[in-house]
Write a protein that binds this ligand. Sequence first.
Ligand SMILES: [Fe+2]
Length: 315
Amino acid sequence: MPRVIANAEQRSINLPEMIDALRTARPDPRDEDSFARFAPELQALGNNRSFLSEIICAELAEDCRNQQAVSAYGPQVIALYQGDGVMVRANCWPQARHSLVRNNRPESFFYDVPHDHNFSFLTLGYAGPGYLSDHFEYDHGSVAGAAGESVTLTPAARTRLEPGCTHLYRAHIDVHSQQPPEAFSVSLNIIEASATTPLRDQYVFDLANGRIAGLANPVATASLLPLLARLDGAEGRDLLNRFAERHPSDRIRYAAVTALADVAGDADTRAGVFERALANGSLLVRTRAGEDLSKLAAMVSMNSTSDRIVASNRS
Ligand SMILES: [Fe+2]
């Protein structure tokens, strides 16, 4: 479960002071101890009981133009700062009967949607009783990341993010299923926001069946690749081949493989695309390409092409 960080902080600081501290300390979200050492600054900001209302008043006076310019999260999130590889934000957690939940569905707030995170983050209960979490852990390195794939989720404790309570969630390790708080609540977060964060997968889990239910952060880039494959141009074909081979996102690698396979002229060429993918450095790409080869073999069985595909898939 997330690391629980004791809060004995007596100071109260404002947001610019915490940002100054961020720029000085430069905590590394990928280093758990480095990130945890910064928790007192977040806790000191949490002791400031007026800063957030002042920011909201300023935003409302400007029709929230600043929020619309910097935040892609929607009304649940108030962006407070982005830079130095992190984002500072406030998150709203309405209770189950709140009109925000009724009008936008509980899933919009990730209630009852078990998920991991593709970023590490520090979170502090700031206002209200706090949401509940049932915690689990899993071994990210042991899964390819396909929807429906079996995954072992080890149960941990149930917690409430009470005011002042501070948790450090570890990317790709901690899974939680959130329940709405009993009354409107607010948390303050410092989250990892590097250039590669959006390329790393975040999963939604099916707890009842111990499976990956799907991706929580589909990558928009992937949807452009089938289009690119169908258009003329050597540059586009070269880019697809490079993406299939070594794009940092497994998801985009596999999207490039399937885009190339979809426009292959015949079964032999199509099989060749998947066969090359069997040697890919990504477990997701290798697993899915093997499945695709099996499906292709079933489609063209009883001919020499099928025989070659099956032999390759078994090797
Ligand atoms: Fe979460």
